[in-house]
Ligand binder design. Structure first.
Ligand code: CA
Length: 517
């Protein structure tokens, strides 16, 4: 049985479902025959398309035919000319705001409630760093904390080093520097480390601890352990005169770590409404199925989260840019619509400064997976945003506090997007077509495959298979509900993601659009 998926009634291309692809001459229900062999997830022309004519998928023009195309032909990247992106000057704003969806009360998870109102999905000791120079020292200390201290604190899930490449050798007062600084500030107060870190600083670096915590009193290693207020961070400065040698530095880190572990060990999971979830969604290693299976299934789950009163963030500017005309009408008001346009414009300018544009986005893997260009990728990507009204927009590295669907601006780069979403999220959902072992230490990452073949091959890396949608074994809404329930289980610690099972945790990668000195 030869099958293809057509998304919208006006589409003149569809993607091949058969795992092995289809051979030349393969007949489809409805009378179409393949003129050549076409791989799985690649596009077949459903009708003849004249040179210059629109190639339509998702009901949108994904390109112009670069040559005459016959019905049944394999429509490849080189057959499409990239259209210009939607103009940012005359977009309709708040013209089609979706009506509020019926509330979905009664869904809860077991989380760690913090005094700042945030809710943790893990209970971790996080050691944050102000500069890359101290990263190996912190890694060394973390290994000792894990072996020597952690066994005595059974209610603490783990200890993690929040190391990164930022902090010095940068123009710290340049406007772009606010992006990594804000991101790291919010990560240092992440819900899963109780809103409070232990900070290791070198001493001479550009990003001084006070830049991360301008409003807090600091307790340094040289102070005798004071009657510490639980919301103030502890700081170890390696260059402090009181610390003689590496041994004393590590001992100081361990001393503060023990104090922090005692506090964290007193925390207990309590029943929290699903509205306390802040879920970041993104895709990585997408294929042409992503836009019809895993991404709309995430969109369906996003709608359930919105109905339950939670926050859902979608991101990845270069994958929203070509679909922005579909999103500004959904903005709840002018202010939100204009903020979305402002983020698109900022990124257009950022790319043009590097002599690039949004066509730099698709990867060789995306193309192998059947995605012809960034327009097709974007139209599939924004399906993750579901169908509710756009309630807010956050700039790079800002913490999101709005409930409902929010666009949080980030690059599309998986590890940078994830790092920036960590400024706000306590749970992460990641869709993939080609496959990625991606994970984060700070928040659980649920991975969803676009194709069953990937879920079967990577049975111990993929948490949920959305490929069942393409084969007709499950509906979008069924997979959306499966994901919603899985999110509540993972957020409660009842289920472990495969990334956490194996300890696959990508390094933090803050986005620094500012100059390096
Ligand atoms: Ca991505």
């Amino acid at each position: 049985m030869n099958r293809y998926v057509k998304v919208h009634p006006s589409d003149n291309v569809a993607i091949i479902v058969n795992t092995e692809g289809v051979p030349a001459g393969a007949m489809f229900a409805g009378g179409l025959s393949a003129r050549e062999s076409i791989p799985q997830s690649h596009k077949v022309a459903l009708a003849a398309i004249a040179q210059g004519g629109p190639v339509v998928r998702y009901g949108q023009v994904i390109g112009r035919a670069a040559r005459d195309l016959d019905a049944g032909q394999w429509v490849r990247e080189e057959h499409l000319d990239l259209p210009v992106p939607p103009s940012l000057d005359d977009l309709p704003i708040a013209t089609a705001v979706p009506a509020a969806m019926p509330p979905l009360p009664g869904y809860t998870f077991e989380g760690y409630r913090n005094r700042d109102g945030s809710v943790g999905t893990k209970n971790l000791l996080g050691i944050t760093t102000t500069v890359q120079c101290v990263a190996p020292t912190v890694d060394y200390a973390v290994a000792r904390i894990r072996n020597e201290l952690l066994p005595r604190f059974p209610n603490v899930d783990g200890v993690i080093a929040l190391t990164h490449t930022y902090g010095c050798g940068v123009a710290i007062d340049a406007p772009g520097a606010q992006v990594p600084i804000q991101t790291l500030r919010h990560i240092s107060r992440h819900a899963n480390i109780g809103g409070q870190p232990l900070i290791v600083s070198l001493g001479c670096e550009k990003m001084q601890p006070a830049r991360l915590f301008p409003d807090r009193q600091m307790f340094t290693a040289s102070a005798a352990l004071p009657p510490v207020l639980e919301h103030d961070p502890y700081v170890i400065r390696m260059q402090d005169m009181e610390l003689r040698g590496f041994g004393e530095i590590v001992a100081a880190i361990l001393r503060f770590a023990e104090k922090r572990l005692e506090e964290l060990n007193r925390r207990r999971r309590v029943t929290c409404p699903a509205s306390d979830l802040v879920v970041g969604v993104q895709c990585g290693g997408s294929d042409a199925f992503s836009g019809v299976t895993c991404n709309p299934a995430v969109g369906s789950a996003a709608d359930l989260l919105v109905r339950a009163g939670a926050t859902v963030m979608f991101s990845e500017v270069t994958e929203v840019r070509d679909a922005v005309h579909l999103l500004t009408p959904r903005a709840v008001n002018q202010e939100v619509g204009l903020a979305l346009i402002r983020e698109m414009r900022w990124y257009d300018e950022y790319l043009s400064r590097g002599y690039a544009d949004r066509s730099a986005n698709p990867t060789p893997g995306n193309k192998r997976g059947g995605l012809a260009n960034v327009v097709e990728k974007a139209l599939g990507s924004v399906a993750k945003a579901g169908s509710s009204a756009l309630m807010g927009v956050a700039s790079h590295g800002e913490r999101v506090t709005t409930k409902g669907l929010v666009f949080a601006a980030t690059p599309a780069s998986d590890f940078i997007c994830g790092t920036q979403q960590l400024a706000s999220m306590n749970l992460h959902v990641f869709t993939t077509g080609e496959g990625s072992p991606y994970g984060l230490a700070l928040a659980p990452v649920i991975k969803i495959s676009s194709r069953t073949a990937l879920a079967e091959r990577w049975h111990d890396l993929i948490d949920l298979d959305a490929g069942r949608i393409a084969t007709g074994e499950a509906t979008l809404d069924e997979v959306g509900w499966d994901l919603f329930r899985l999110m509540l289980d993972v957020a409660s610690g009842r289920k472990k993601t495969w990334a956490d099972h194996w300890g696959l945790h990508n390094t933090l990668a803050p986005f620094n659009p500012g100059p390096v000195t």
